[in-house]
Design a protein around this ligand. Structure first.
Ligand SMILES: NC(=O)C1=CN([C@@H]2O[C@H](COP(=O)(O)OP(=O)(O)OC[C@H]3O[C@@H](n4cnc5c(N)ncnc54)[C@H](OP(=O)(O)O)[C@@H]3O)[C@@H](O)[C@H]2O)C=CC1
Ligand SMILES: CC(C)(CO)C(=O)C(=O)O
Length: 342
C-alpha cells in the first residue's frame, strides 16, 4: 500500500495503551500514524519507544510516522482532516481539560470525514461529543490490554491487546455508515496480525461488563494500595469489598440498560488474570505516580446511573467518596487547592 492510500490516524496521548495502538496501526501497513505526546515527547522524539510486549516482543526505537508535542490544529496549520482520531488519554473531566477540549483543534464541529475512536475506560464518555459534533461517527474502544509506562517512552505490555470496537448509539449517524467505519478500523488495526481486535455491536454491554472490573478493582486497589492479586488474599478483600462492589455494578447494568451480565461474571472477573501476576489496575498505577485518577468516568458515572435507576450502591458510594478525597489530595499536591489562610 502506498503512503497516499494509507489511512491517516492521529493518536492523542500515546502512553501505555496509545503506544501499543500506534504500533499495531503502523505494523499493519494500512495506516500512517501521528502521535500527539506530552510528558514522553522528548524521550520518544530522541530515542523512539522502547517496547517490551507480550504481543510484539522486544522493540527498540519504534517511531510512529509523525511525533508531535501538541495536538494539531488542522485549521491554523492548514492540515487535511485525519481519517481517524484515537483518543488514548486518561479521562479526568473533574480536573480538565476535558476530552472534548483536547480533541477540538483536530476535529471541527461540522466534521463528517474524521471518525473518532474513544479508546478509554468508563461510561458516558461519548456524550459530550455526540452533543457538540452531531455529524461525527464516534466509536467505542474497550481494551483488555495490560500495559504500563514505567518511565517516559518505555512501554511494558504484559497482557495481550484484546480490543472491542463498536459504535456508540447515536441519534444522527446512520448505523450502516458508522458500523462500516468501525469494521474498517478493525481491519486497519488488525492488519499486522499481532492483536485480537474485533467488531462488537454490543457497545453498552461491553462497557458495563468492563466496569465490573474498572469500577471496582481499580478504586479498591488504588485506595488500599493492594494489587489485584493480593486483594484475593487480603482479609475481607473479596467478601468485604470486591464482591459487593461488583454485584452493585451487575445490578446497575440490569436496572439502567436491561443488560443481564452472565451469571458467574463476578467470579470470572475476579479470576481474569492469574493471581501471581500481582497486576496493578491503571488507577493504582496513577496513584503511585502521583497522577490524577479517572474516578468520575469509571466510578462516578455508573454510580449516578445506578442510583437514578433505584439501585442501592452503598459500597460504590463509599469508594466514590474516598476517590474524591484522594483526587482532592492530588490537586492540593499539584497546587490547585488554596487552603484558607490561618
Ligand atoms: N493501562 C492499561 O493497561 C489499560 C488502560 N485502559 C484505559 O486506557 C486509557 C489510557 O490509559 P493509559 O494508556 O494507561 O494511560 P497513560 O497515562 O499511560 O497514557 C496516557 C497518555 O496521555 C497523555 N496525555 C494526557 N493529556 C495529554 C495532552 N493534553 N496532550 C498529549 N498527551 C496527553 C499522557 O501524558 P502525561 O504523561 O503528560 O500525562 C500519557 O502519555 C484510560 O482510559 C485507561 O483507563 C484500558 C485498558 C487497560
Ligand atoms: C484491567 C485492565 C488492566 C484491562 O484489562 C484495565 O482496564 C485497567 O487497569 O484500567
Amino acid at each position: 500500500m502506498t503512503d497516499t492510500q494509507k489511512k491517516t490516524v492521529l493518536v492523542i496521548g500515546a502512553g501505555s495503551v496509545g503506544a501499543i495502538a500506534a504500533l499495531n496501526l503502523e505494523v499493519g501497513g494500512f495506516a500512517s500514524v501521528t502521535v500527539a505526546l506530552r510528558s514522553n515527547y522528548n524521550a520518544v522524539k530522541e530515542q523512539g519507544y522502547t517496547i517490551e510486549s507480550c504481543d510484539h516482543g522486544f522493540l527498540r526505537d519504534f517511531r510512529p510516522s509523525v511525533v508531535r508535542n501538541s495536538i494539531p490544529d488542522i485549521v491554523i496549520e492548514n492540515l487535511p482532516p485525519y481519517d481517524y482520531i484515537v483518543l488514548c488519554t486518561k479521562s479526568t473531566p473533574d480536573v480538565g481539560p476535558t476530552s472534548l477540549d483536547l480533541v477540538a483543534p483536530a476535529l471541527p464541529k461540522d466534521n463528517t470525514h474524521t471518525t473518532l475512536v474513544l479508546l478509554q475506560n468508563g461510561l458516558n464518555i461519548e456524550k459530550p461529543f455526540l452533543e457538540s459534533h452531531p455529524q461525527t461517527v464516534v466509536l467505542s474502544g474497550v481494551s483488555f490490554i495490560g500495559s504500563a509506562e514505567p518511565s517516559p517512552g518505555h512501554i511494558v505490555q504484559n497482557e495481550p491487546d484484546r480490543l472491542l470496537i463498536g459504535v456508540f448509539p447515536h441519534p444522527h449517524n446512520t448505523i450502516e455508515t458508522a458500523s462500516a467505519r468501525a469494521q474498517e478500523f478493525v481491519t486497519v488495526y488488525s492488519a499486522g496480525g499481532k492483536t485480537d481486535c474485533k467488531y462488537s455491536p454490543a457497545v453498552l454491554h461491553d462497557r458495563w461488563r468492563k466496569l465490573v472490573y474498572n469500577a471496582c478493582l481499580n478504586p479498591i486497589c488504588a485506595i488500599t494500595g493492594v494489587d489485584s492479586g493480593r486483594i484475593r488474599l487480603a482479609d475481607g478483600g473479596l467478601d468485604g469489598l470486591v464482591r459487593p462492589a461488583m454485584r452493585e455494578i451487575v445490578a446497575a447494568a440490569k436496572a439502567v440498560t436491561n443488560i443481564e451480565l452472565e451469571k458467574d461474571v463476578v467470579e470470572k472477573v475476579i479470576d481474569t488474570d492469574p493471581m501471581e501476576n500481582w497486576g496493578k489496575p491503571s488507577m493504582q498505577q496513577d496513584i503511585e505516580k502521583g497522577n490524577y485518577i479517572e474516578f468520575e468516568d469509571l466510578l462516578g458515572e455508573p454510580l449516578r446511573e445506578g442510583k437514578k435507576a433505584g439501585v442501592p450502591m452503598p459500597t460504590l458510594e463509599v469508594l466514590y467518596q474516598l476517590a474524591r478525597a484522594i483526587q482532592w489530595r492530588t490537586k492540593e499536591a499539584k497546587g490547585l487547592v488554596q487552603l484558607p489562610s490561618q
